[in-house]
Design a protein around this ligand. Structure first.
Ligand code: NDP
Length: 250
């Protein structure tokens, strides 16, 4: 019988936007590593319940919480519910985000506000609330984008700006939270095949050529890095942005 210890045994995590794509892959990977996992969703209740079902079927602990990342009260409630249900709060993954591709002069102001609210304010609110419960050894992992440093196509100004903010907040928070023994890191995916950016979608035609490895990545490619950052092996890694992009920015 295997005596390999699972990396996240006894830990409790919340993954925002865990109903589909990269967030769902992270939640399932965390559960396989022994963590109890809460996922949030905004619209896809059925998908969220399916992820919870799959984790529980495989012997894990999970729950789905309806919480729009643009709604501060809902985010706060999701965090405190996670801590109350699991009895601890160790890992926060800020994954949920919105992407709209448009030239800045054509962007409706309410769409800019919504992207800033979901992609930037949401993570800040979640981190602020999570710190009420997180202790030494806690992990904050933001999902940014390679687009904060490298913009391969037009129409990405607002999205790139939100992901640049994620990289900056990661560095600054690592300074603030170092003494508390909490690490803060930013995983920057390149082109990953999800509903947001399908490998056969319109964005792929414009940016697919930029991938050094010649193909899109899978959500599990990101989950592998996030699981490592959440583990004790990454205890001395903080304040950094790590690209998982198949060489897109090489
Ligand atoms: P998807 O669009 O495939 O999935 C997004 C997830 O976030 C869904 O679970 C969705 O749930 C949830 N979500 C969306 N809006 C909200 C909201 N307002 N409140 C709560 N949950 C929300 O995206 P990806 O999996 O591709 O992206 C995940 C992360 O990776 C994002 O931060 C994205 O910016 C980043 N990224 C992705 C890349 C890619 O190529 N795919 C490249 C670089 C970065 P629901 O359906 O219930 O709303």
């Amino acid at each position: 019988m295997s005596v390999l210890k699972r990396k996240l045994e006894g830990r409790a995590a919340l993954v925002t936007g865990g109903s589909r794509g990269i967030g769902a892959a992270i939640a399932k990977r965390f559960a396989r590593e022994g963590a109890a996992v809460a996922i949030t969703y905004a619209g896809s209740q059925g998908d969220a319940q399916q992820i919870v079902y799959e984790i529980q079927r495989d012997g894990g602990r999970a729950m789905a919480l309806h919480a729009d990342s643009g709604d501060a009260k809902a985010m706060q409630a999701a965090i405190s519910t996670t801590a109350a249900e699991f009895g601890t709060f160790d890992i926060l993954v800020n994954n949920a985000a919105m992407l709209r591709v448009r030239a800045i002069d054509e962007f409706p102001l309410d769409e800019i506000d919504r992207m800033l609210a979901i992609n930037v304010r949401g993570p800040l609110v979640a981190i602020k609330e999570a710190l009420r419960f997180m202790r030494k050894g806690g992990r904050i992992i933001n999902i940014g984008s390679v687009t904060s440093d490298y913009v391969p196509a037009s129409g990405l100004s607002v999205y790139a700006c939100t992901k640049g903010a994620i990289a900056s907040m990661t560095r600054a928070l690592a300074r603030d939270l170092g003494n508390a023994g909490i690490t803060v890191n930013n995983v920057q995916p390149g082109r990953i095949d999800t509903d947001m950016n399908p490998a056969d979608g319109p964005l792929a035609e414009r940016i697919g050529h930029s991938i050094a490895l010649g193909h899109y990545g899978n959500p599990t490619d990101i989950a592998n890095m996030v699981a490592w950052l959440a583990s004790p092996e990454a205890a001395f890694v903080t304040g950094t942005s790590i690209k998982v992009d198949g060489g897109t920015s090489a």
